[in-house]
Design a protein around this ligand. Structure first.
Ligand code: PRP
Ligand code: URA
Length: 209
């Protein structure tokens, strides 16, 4: 089974409170999501493999470490996932960025795919799939399907807020995908919104309704 990691770092939890706050406007919301994405990227990369190299300091030649292993790909689920990309790129600027466009049909709550563009070397990359919200899990499941269909074999899913229903559904559909979240909320309401959640992530990020 995949593992679920809750990033309970005080800075992440503090900023998440203001992200949730209905009084937080678009500009501040966007800045806070960006900051939390950076902090989460720091935590999610903790296990990245290192290899030894040599470096000549002004004093002497010494052994030191550099990143090893597969290159990274970041894939936001459009729209709201876009809000997390720059924050991650601050720490991993060389990562390639793919995009998967999905929206949730408001009636059926089922995801509808409308756009996919990924790096050419999909099979050679470790992917971090990002979306602020994991609600029913339909969008994340479909996005992982899309990545796997195109050859991805290593995928982590990172979001700000998850509902228990979404975590369970994603775990069941994709037991190989570990899930990284800032908060596990209580439940979904009758409209498929996370309670207490933060409302509609895309609308709050982009100032739409
Ligand atoms: C939101 C959110 C996720 C999805 C989560 O996107 O950003 O992608 O809903 O819900 P699920 O787990 O039930 O699938 P939305 O469909 O509102 O599209 P948007 O980002 O374009 O606003
Ligand atoms: N999508 C959102 O943006 N918010 C929710 O609470 C659920 C799905």
């Amino acid at each position: 089974m995949p593992k679920v990691f809750v990033f309970d770092h005080p800075l992440i939890q503090h900023k998440l409170t203001y992200i949730r706050d209905v009084k937080t406007g678009t500009k501040e919301f966007r800045e806070l999501v960006d900051e939390v994405a950076t902090l989460m990227a720091f935590e999610i990369t903790r296990e990245m493999p290192l290899e030894e190299t040599e470096v000549e300091t002004p004093v002497q030649l010494t052994k030191s470490k550099v990143l090893a292993g597969k290159k990274l790909g970041i894939v936001p689920i459009l729209r709201a996932g876009i809000g997390m990309v720059d924050g991650i790129l601050k720490l991993i600027p060389a990562a390639k960025v793919g995009h998967i466009g999905l929206y949730r049909d408001p009636e059926t709550l089922k995801p509808v795919e409308y756009y996919v563009k990924l790096p050419a070397d999909v099979a050679e990359r470790d992917f971090i799939l990002v979306d602020p919200m994991l609600a029913t899990g339909g969008s994340a499941i479909e996005a992982v399907n899309s990545l796997k269909t195109r050859g991805a074999t290593s995928i982590k899913f990172m979001c700000l807020i998850a509902a228990p229903e979404g975590v369970e559904a994603l775990q069941k559909a994709h037991p190989d995908v570990d899930i990284y979240i800032a908060a596990l909320d209580e439940k979904l309401n009758d409209h498929g919104y996370i309670v207490p959640g933060l409302g509609d992530a895309g609308d709050r990020l982009f100032g739409t309704k």
